[in-house]
Ligand binder design. Structure first.
Ligand SMILES: NC(=O)C1=CN([C@@H]2O[C@H](COP(=O)(O)OP(=O)(O)OC[C@H]3O[C@@H](n4cnc5c(N)ncnc54)[C@H](O)[C@@H]3O)[C@@H](O)[C@H]2O)C=CC1
Ligand SMILES: O=C(O)C(=O)Cc1ccc(O)cc1
Length: 733
């Protein structure tokens, strides 16, 4: 390559808006010497004077042979003739690529011209653009933080593919790889159909009666919807000629749905309209958030720290948001019921949103009224509708455990995909539970996502639940039992928590037994209840009040049944001063709980207790730091690895601020003493961050907890809670 510029000589063929934007970005960053070729010589003259390219060029031997990269940026149907012109002079080590909006037709053109697609031709497509055209519309920042799709072929040259990735990254794009056919189907729906609708709408209205007034009074909606009808007609004619089959398929789907909407309007069927509109709104809001996260990527990555000043105390009364795990299950049961469920204090943030979105994608109408109040319009056990795209559980394992069984019971096939850590997690036990019960769930790779769920007759859930007992897997088994032909009876080593049982029973499921569970359900009926406060938050508030001298708080809506009761017994044994202010009420035995500053005593937890309280173990360890004497936790190393990892982080943190915590023959020993304080890094784990905040609150010098972003995503009103209770704390970004 020449001039020591990273990409050497680059030729853009078709110096319009996209080609010009590409050239300008490379040129401004000194990454290449830019040549432009266009059948309109005027564009080249403008290109040179506007600083988009260095030199105008022809598609002759002299030019082609000195190029390191050639980018085709003409409308897609012109590419075949351009390839023919280039072919005689093309070097094998020149990267030949394109930016066309369709990929199948471009590959076919290359195959027609070269006999077979040469290894140095690798197609690409930036998902960025505008309704403008021509070189004067070139914008060197057009591709920044946008996606660029590359569609390598089986025999594409790997070095040149690497160069193509670097090229797109150099202009600021994020590169994703896709196969050609998938690209054309996805783009037909996401880009080609919207352009067709915009053109057709404007054309239909422009020729309608009253067209003058229609345009004169065009409100924002018309403008927003039709902006892209100003796009270049040649380019778009080419797209529809080139991607005929995929656009017809997506157009048919859309016209069917449009016909349904027409019928709904004709029949004054407000419920159907409302269903479509709420689903569409939430889907779009969800996509926009994902998109914002992409474009705000860097801002999002900024770490949030929370500093707690020493000598704080907490006062006041508070209703904490509802239990996360119950929230998932309540939405799902509401969806599967006949009739409407009114649910209050549902936690609608974080992972629960993933479950809610999946239900909406399958036709469930969920109305939100603020402050966690929702109305779920049940569709019946088998009444879910096939989603138009795969169900995405993102990184929510709970959503996966709870959605998979209900998908297995439907009459349609569906793909389940995920993101992040979930992609590398094998869900062997979940899959065995499903498939042993007669469901049909297959995984492409060793129990990992994505899964394909196909309709099958679920016989019954029986025997012993596979693997580690967990409340998620027990819930999967209960949900799967709702679809079984026979009554299900299965064994678990871990008893079903009373709160979970109460929730399922509220919808008409009958669950008898403790570790041998028999699940029966006749009719699932909509329910009305308020969810009790989230376990993690209850424990955090209770311990905060217990640790900080001068504190006294009241927590509303605290469940006192099942495992909650044993946890409160344990806290009381540790010396926490708890006062129940009223009698249990409602489905979950909710009560008002008073807590005040307490002198804590050390505790010894057996391996069984460590297992039972594993979710709140980090907070219990912090409480032990402030107990006078030595506490011992047994069996921590027998917990599943992620609980153990969490505890290792806690041990490190306690020692770092000057506490005394050590491993002794597999047991965790905590010598109570008030630590000095300092900086703590939660490494992005929300539960570790929550426990560290507790730890810092009583340190002599206070402390700062770093990397609290995930915690704030899970408890968005944490700052508000801290202010309401008077905890001296501040957020730093
Ligand atoms: N406009 C957009 O938002 C996006 C467009 N694309 C794709 O990028 C390509 C270019 O689109 P735009 O830059 O928007 O169009 P444009 O109209 O601004 O530029 C196309 C250029 O190609 C030239 N051209 C046409 N036939 C030619 C031929 N046979 N030989 C040499 N030059 C020729 C035209 O004179 C024009 O200058 C298209 O394939 C389009 O599908 C991809 C992503 C976004
Ligand atoms: O202007 C817009 O909103 C677009 O949709 C731009 C666009 C047009 C065509 C493509 O192949 C990719 C992006």
């Amino acid at each position: 390559m020449q001039d020591n510029k990273e990409f050497g000589n680059v030729l853009i063929v078709g110096l319009g808006m996209i080609g010009g934007s590409f050239a300008k970005s490379l040129k401004q960053n000194g990454l290449a010497t830019l040549y432009g070729a266009d059948r309109r010589s005027g564009e080249l003259t403008l290109g040179v004077s506007a600083g988009v390219i260095d030199y105008p060029a022809q598609l002759d031997g002299e030019t082609i042979q000195k190029m390191d990269i050639i980018i085709l940026a003409t409308p897609v149907r012109a590419m075949e003739s351009v390839l023919s012109e280039i072919k005689p002079y093309l070097r094998e080590d020149t990267l030949l690529t394109d930016v066309g909006s369709t990929k199948g037709s471009v590959v076919a053109a290359a195959a027609a011209v070269f006999g077979e697609v040469p290894a140095n031709f690798i197609p690409g497509h930036p998902i960025a653009g505008a309704e403008k055209s021509g070189v004067l519309a070139a914008n060197p920042r057009l591709f920044e933080k946008h996606m660029a799709i590359v569609t390598p072929l089986p025999y594409s040259d790997p070095d040149l593919l690497d160069r193509l990735h670097r090229l797109w990254r150099a202009v600021g794009a994020d590169v994703v790889s896709m196969d050609v056919e998938h690209h054309d189907h996805v783009l037909a729906a996401s880009s080609h159909l919207p352009h067709l609708l915009a053109y057709t709408l404007v054309d239909a209205l422009a020729n309608a009666d009253r067209s003058q007034d229609i345009f004169r009074f065009a409100a924002g909606g018309f403008r927003d919807f039709t902006r892209i009808a100003s796009s270049d007609p040649t380019m778009w004619r080419d797209v529809f000629l080139a991607n005929k089959d995929a656009t017809l398929a997506t157009l048919d789907l859309f016209t069917d749905r449009l016909a349904d909407m027409r019928k709904a309007i004709e029949e004054s069927d407000g419920a159907s309209m409302y269903g479509v509109f709420t689903r569409a709104k939430s889907a779009r809001d969800h996509f926009l958030r994902l998109l914002e996260q992409r474009t705000l990527g860097q801002a999002q990555e900024k770490q949030v720290s929370i500093a707690v000043a020493p000598a704080s105390s907490v006062q006041g009364q508070i209703t904490l948001i509802g239990d996360k795990s119950l929230s998932h299950r309540a939405l799902i049961m509401g969806a599967l019921s006949d009739g409407v469920s009114e649910l209050a204090n549902v936690d609608l943030v974080g992972d629960v949103k993933v479950t809610m979105q999946a239900l909406r994608d399958m036709g469930v109408v969920i109305e939100e009224f603020g402050h966690g109040t929702v109305r779920v319009h049940g569709v019946g056990r088998k009444g879910l509708r096939a989603p138009i795209a795969p169900i995405n559980v993102h990184d929510s394992a709970t959503s996966l455990y709870l959605l998979l069984p209900i998908l297995a019971g439907q009459d349609f096939s569906v793909e389940v995909i995920g993101e992040g850590v979930l992609l590398n997690t094998p869900f062997t036990h979940l899959l065995s539970l499903m498939n042993l019960s007669g469901a049909s769930v297959s995984s492409a790779a060793a129990g990992c996502l994505p899964f394909r769920v196909t309709p099958a007759d679920i016989k019954s859930v029986g025997g012993e639940l596979p693997g580690e007992p967990s409340s998620r897997l027990i819930s999967s088994a209960i949900l799967l039992s709702l679809f079984a032909e026979e009554v299900s009876e299965f064994k678990t080593h871990f008893p079903l928590d009373a709160k979970m049982r109460a929730l399922f029973e509220a919808f008409g499921v009958s669950i008898s037994g403790d570790q041998l569970l028999k699940v029966q359900s006749n009719n699932l009926c909509g329910a009305q209840f308020e969810l009790p406060a989230d376990l993690q938050q209850v424990v955090w508030n209770v311990l905060l009040a217990a640790l900080l001298p001068g504190s006294s708080i009241r927590l509303y809506g605290v469940s006192s049944i099942g495992r909650m009761q044993s946890l409160f017994d344990l806290l009381a044994k540790m010396g926490v001063r708890l006062h129940w202010m009223d009698d249990p009420s409602g489905v979950f035995g909710a009560r008002v709980l008073g807590v005040s500053f307490s002198k804590l005593t050390p505790v010894s937890l057996s391996a069984l207790q460590v297992y039972e309280f594993r979710e709140v173990l980090p907070q219990l360890a912090v409480a032990a730091v402030y107990a006078e004497g030595v506490s011992v936790f047994s069996g921590v190393s027998q917990l599943p690895y992620f609980y153990e990892d969490r505890m290792s982080a806690i041990v490190d943190g306690i020692n770092q601020v000057g506490g005394d915590c050590r491993w002794d023959k597999g047991m965790l020993q905590i010598n109570g003493q008030i630590p000095e304080g300092g900086d703590l890094d939660s490494a992005g784990n929300d539960l570790v961050a929550l426990a560290f905040l507790l730890l810092s609150a009583r340190c002599r010098q206070g402390g700062t907890v770093r990397d609290c972003q995930k915690l704030l995503n899970q408890i968005p009103n944490l700052e508000e809670i801290m202010v309401m209770l008077g905890l001296k704390s501040s957020l730093h970004i």
